[in-house]
Every structure is written in structure tokens, then in C-alpha cells.
Design a protein around this ligand. Sequence first.
Ligand SMILES: Cc1cc2nc3c(=O)[nH]c(=O)nc-3n(C[C@H](O)[C@H](O)[C@H](O)COP(=O)(O)OP(=O)(O)OC[C@H]3O[C@@H](n4cnc5c(N)ncnc54)[C@H](O)[C@@H]3O)c2cc1C
Length: 399
Amino acid sequence: MADGPGALEAFRKDVRTWLEANCPPSMRTPMPEDEVPWGGRNGRFKNPESKAWLDAMGAKGWTAPTWPAAYGGGGLTAAENAVLQDELRKIKARPPLFSFGLWMFGPVLLEYGNEEQKKRFLPGIVRGEIRWCQGYSEPGAGSDLAGLQTKCEDKGDHYLVNGQKVWTSYANEADWMFCLVRTDATVKHEGISFVLFDMTTPGVETRPILLISGSSPFCETFLTDVKVPKDQLVGRVNGGWEIAKRLLMYERQNISASGFGGAGGLTLDDIAVEYVGLENGKLADADLRARIAEHRMFDRAFGLTVRRATEEAKAGGDVGHMASMFKVAAATLNQQKSELTIEALGNRGLGWGGEGFDPRALKATRDWLRSKGNSIEGGTTEVNLNVIAKRVLGLRDHQ
Ligand SMILES: Cc1cc2nc3c(=O)[nH]c(=O)nc-3n(C[C@H](O)[C@H](O)[C@H](O)COP(=O)(O)OP(=O)(O)OC[C@H]3O[C@@H](n4cnc5c(N)ncnc54)[C@H](O)[C@@H]3O)c2cc1C
């Protein structure tokens, strides 16, 4: 604990020294898309320094700085974590780990899991050893998630799960799934439970879906007579909906905080300068210049608002439903940025492949197509607007 000004300064010095010794030089450069560190049993690390960086941060617990040290986390206070993040920003350190475990599952397990589950699952998340996927959506249950039908029967010494999930991001590369299942078909929200299982369990089958962007980041997941040990139920039987909603909140918060920013590449400004050109030190296209400036102002204001809300949340304020507001704004801003990028690229933004195109321009085109999903993933914009209307603005249902 180091919360007084003097103690925090001493902590900052220690952090700096540690980062100097442990953050490899290549981890202080923008991250190419094929070097995103997802970890997991079959984690691929094109750059060995990326693995060294993850191992060092994971051992220190700094991939999850504020999780308790007893579960592998860093055990830092909010003030210490702010110092750590500040120092990481200063050296432009890459995130050591991208992980649904860190962003979504870990936080709910800390709240709803029992002691044994926390000890069993959290350290593997912190160290990036186990990669998790999210088994929520089904062919007939997306926005109306509580309509899910994947059946989970109590077989005495275990549960038996049968059903189908869809749009399961990276299910084919994940080690474990956190999954919503139906344990009571006579009621809706009150008949849902939250279970965990290893993706190598017999009866789990994943089929990747090819997307408009040319990649296959998600799958159909088929569950046939999947045996789930009873100690892999989180919370109580039929008590899963509350956990599910909480997790969605973390998902939306995380999407907002990261602004859909993934791996590094050229920024909108870089592309505009390179492809549109400058006149008297300003972007040559006055109309595009004005719209980019407006976008940047909103983007900056959004970043500051998210930061303020994060501080309020840390101070115990209830900002839960604001996650929906932020998610809508983050999706809108990212889609706007992608549109402006394509516009700045002009006809170079129409390429799909081939040597005639700059690979960075090809990436921008694919990012633009990928951004279409931003207003769907983590709950659609329409559904989040409903949440905002009800929970933030206090409006009633229109009958
Ligand atoms: C990139 C990406 C990654 C994803 N990853 C995962 C994952 O890892 N795991 C997972 O479980 N799911 C994942 N999903 C699925 C995602 O959660 C669902 O697509 C989303 O919840 C919407 O459900 P749906 O596709 O069934 O659309 P539907 O629910 O069928 O909606 C269709 C349209 O109707 C609108 N609509 C529906 N209900 C209402 C309403 N009440 N009021 C107004 N409009 C409404 C929606 O806004 C939408 O435009 C992912 C999706 C994307 C795009």
C-alpha cells in the first residue's frame, strides 16, 4: 500500500526501475496486428519479447493490477494503479495481454465466485495461461439474450449441457468458456445459470464463420452432451442472469475504455496527411479537415468523460448503466473514424488485395468493414439506447 504522496513517489520510482529492467525495447513500439498477445495454452508469440513481457507482467500481477494478490493480481490500490498506468504510458508500453478473462470474466468471478473458484481460475487469467471465450448469444437469442435455450440438466454428480451458441469470438482458439445455460424452462430470466467448461471437453465443437472483412474471428459453437462438473457453476442454480448482466456491463465498459482500439497501425491523422496532403501546413481538403477536427474534439471529450466516470466508479459512484451510453458513443466514434479514414484514402481505400495497394491502406479498408460490427457486439446500439432510455433517463416503456 502506498497512498500518501511520499509513498506514491517511492512507488513510482520502483515502477520505473522495474519497467526499465523488464519492458523489452520492442514492447515500447506500436503493436502490429499479428502480434496481439492473446495468451492461452496455444498462445502464439511471433515476437519472443512479447512472451517475455507477458511473463514478467503476469508474474508481478500487473496484467490485473488491482486484483487481490491472493488470486495472482497486483494487489495495488487505485492510486498505485494510476501511477503504474502513467509510467506504462510514458514509455509507450504495449498491453502485455489481451484477454476476455481480464476484461469480462475475472471481474465477475471476483464478485460472484466462491473462494475455491477464484483460487482456481484467476491466477491463470492474470498470467495469460488460459484463454476464455464468451458463450452468450444463440441463433434465437441475441438482443433478447434471456431467451436462450441451451439446456443444462442436473444429472446428480454433474450437469449435462446441450445446445448451440453463435458469434462466439475466438471459440476455436479458446481454452475455456463462460457460458449461459437454461436450467429452468418454465421461467425466463430466473431460469438461467452461469457455468464454466474446458473447450476440450467431449461434445464441444467449434466452426469458424468467415466475415465480410475476410477474417474468421468468431464461431458457431455446438454443445452435445457436454459434462460439466458441479463445481463449475458460478453463483447459484437459476441465479445466472444477474451475473450475465454484470458481465455485459464490464464488457461495455471495456469496449468504451479501449475505444475499439486494437493493434497499432496508421492513425487517421497520418493517413490524411499522407494521402490528402498539406497546403500551408494544413490538410489540403478544407471540408475533410473540418470534419476530422470535429471528430477529434468529440473523441477527446469522450475520452475525458470515460476517465471521469472511471474515477467516479473507483470512488464508489454507481455508473453501471452509463456503460451502455459509453458503448454507443464508442461505437459511433469508431465507425465515424473508419469512414473518415476511407474518405481520406480516396480510391486507395477501395482495395481488397494485390501488390498495387499499400498494405496499410488494405488494413484500413478491412478495419472499416470490421467497424460495422461495433454497433452490434456487446449489445446493439438500439438495445443500449433502450437501456439508456430506461435506466439513465428514467423513461417508461411506450405502450
Ligand atoms: C464482432 C462481434 C463479436 C461478438 N462476440 C460475441 C461473443 O464472443 N460471444 C457471444 O455470445 N456473442 C458475441 N457476439 C454476438 C452479439 O452479442 C449479438 O450479435 C448481439 O447481441 C445482437 O444479437 P443478434 O445478432 O442476435 O441480433 P438480433 O437480436 O436478432 O437483432 C437484430 C436487430 O434488431 C434490433 N433489435 C432487437 N431487439 C430490439 C429492441 N428491443 N429494440 C430495438 N431494436 C431491437 C437490433 O438492434 C438489431 O439491429 C458478437 C457480435 C459481434 C458483431
